[in-house]
Design a protein around this ligand. Structure first.
Ligand SMILES: *Cc1c(COP(=O)(O)O)cnc(C)c1O
Length: 408
């Protein structure tokens, strides 16, 4: 039984989209690892912005511009406090995790020398592999992979063996979007620092489930996308330690990021503006702040506990289906169940589930190396949020049984 301190039925009323029907059936939304749904409180923040004070920020002397600037900077402070970041200018607002990672990878072009090494985990999202490959091509750096075991856990002895004074950067996700593994980032960060390497943790998947204390973690960079934690698409953050952000060159040139421009030379603005060229996603940033308020009003401890009960229940029920295999059985995992049924293509299962109103993702989940590791074309991925219910898990399990009977 799933018992929880959360009143899920009341919470669900905050999400208008959950009342939708899909193919005549009530929507069962289990694609939260791709993007989460948006509560009315966040939708209201977006509407209020465009109804009341839409203006460009940091530039105008007029009232609307001042209101928009204040709201945007208030959101930056909310983000700062939520993630326990020391200084508000260590919060760089970006378009999301992919943008944040590219910003750092581009900046490291000026530090990395031929033969320097970058370690990435074997369970990275493509957005955390490709920018490093491009960086290595530009600099002659060498990309090395921290391997994982059959459960989808990093093999930490091998990680420690890979570290050396040649290691300049280590990149790893906090939670794997394809397997749900929670990686031991404390140990990863501490060991990397011992050899003088910087660490970037991709928190895109983790931040909806775990409230990290970035100062306590002592991490150098951490990335988040708002749309995976009840916020809008197109906005997120790069957290960077001040000393690193000062060292990194700007990523894009444009308005807002300069102090003084002449045709001979331009001097850059202070942090965070040095990395925030052009008009940002103002409304998105403000709505990200509203999303953090919303999630904190529910409470991350309650969310984690409830989601844990839900995923255990779903795992037990799915495993009762003959021929079903779950990929990603790490001791520490959250919110994601990736699975296949013997002899059936994941896409076919996903198509039948959609007919039943159930939204799951099928395919390689932007993590093709993981699929190669298990020698499969992809998986069906059900990913959960705090607004999902035990009854929805039952609908999923029935749907999977039905797909199996139709396809086997
Ligand atoms: C979603 C996700 C990304 C990419 O995030 P974008 O918002 O598309 O930039 C990167 N890493 C992980 C682990 C993710 O789950």
């Amino acid at each position: 039984m799933v018992q929880s301190s959360l009143d899920i039925q009341t919470i669900r009323k905050d999400f208008p989209i959950l009342n939708r029907k899909v193919n005549g059936k009530p929507l069962v939304y289990l694609d939260n690892a791709a993007t989460s749904q948006t509560p009315q409180q966040v939708i209201d923040a977006i509407v209020e912005y465009y109804h009341g004070y839409n203006a460009n920020i940091h530039r105008g002397v007029h009232t609307l511009s001042q209101e928009a600037t204040d709201a945007y900077e208030a959101a930056r402070h909310k983000i700062q406090h939520h993630f326990s970041i020391a200084k508000s200018h260590e919060v760089i607002l970006t378009s999301g995790t992919t943008h944040s990672i590219n910003l750092v990878a581009n900046g490291f072009s000026s530090f990395l020398k031929k033969g320097d090494e970058i370690l990435v985990s074997a369970m990275e999202h493509h957005s955390n592999i490709v920018p490093w490959q491009m960086l290595c091509e530009r600099t002659g750096g060498v990309l090395k992979v921290i391997p994982m075991n059959q459960n989808g856990e990093l093999i930490m002895e091998e990680y420690h063996a890979l570290l050396s004074e040649k290691t300049k950067l280590v990149f790893c996700n906090h939670v794997s979007n394809a397997l749900g593994t929670i990686n031991p980032i404390e140990e990863i960060i501490e060991a990397a620092h011992k050899v003088g390497a910087a660490v970037l943790i991709d928190g895109a998947q983790a931040a909806a489930h775990i409230k990290p204390d970035l100062q306590a973690l002592d991490v150098d960079f951490y990335t988040v996308s708002a749309h995976k934690m009840c916020g809008p698409t197109g906005v997120g953050i790069l957290y960077g330690k001040e000393e690193w952000l000062k060292k990194l060159p700007p990523y894009q040139g444009g308005g807002e990021m300069i102090e003084e421009v002449t045709f001979e030379k331009t001097t850059y603005a202070d942090l965070p503006h040095k990395f925030e060229a052009g008009t940002p996603n103002i409304c998105g940033g403000i709505a990200f702040g509203a999303a953090l308020d919303y999630m904190n009003s529910i409470g991350f401890e309650a969310i984690a506990q409830y989601e844990d009960e839900l995923i255990r229940y779903a795992t037990d029920e799915l495993l009762k289906i003959d021929g079903l295999r779950i990929y990603g059985t790490a001791a520490q995992k959250t919110s994601v169940i990736s699975f296949n049924i013997e002899g059936i293509h994941p896409y076919d299962i996903g198509t039948i589930l959609d007919k039943l109103g159930i939204a799951v993702r099928t395919g390689h989940h932007c993590a093709q190396p993981i699929m190669d590791f298990y020698q499969i074309p992809g998986t069906v991925r059900a990913s959960f949020s705090f607004y999902n219910t035990k009854e929805e898990v039952d609908v999923l399990v029935e749907g999977v049984k039905r797909s199996k009977n139709m396809l086997a």
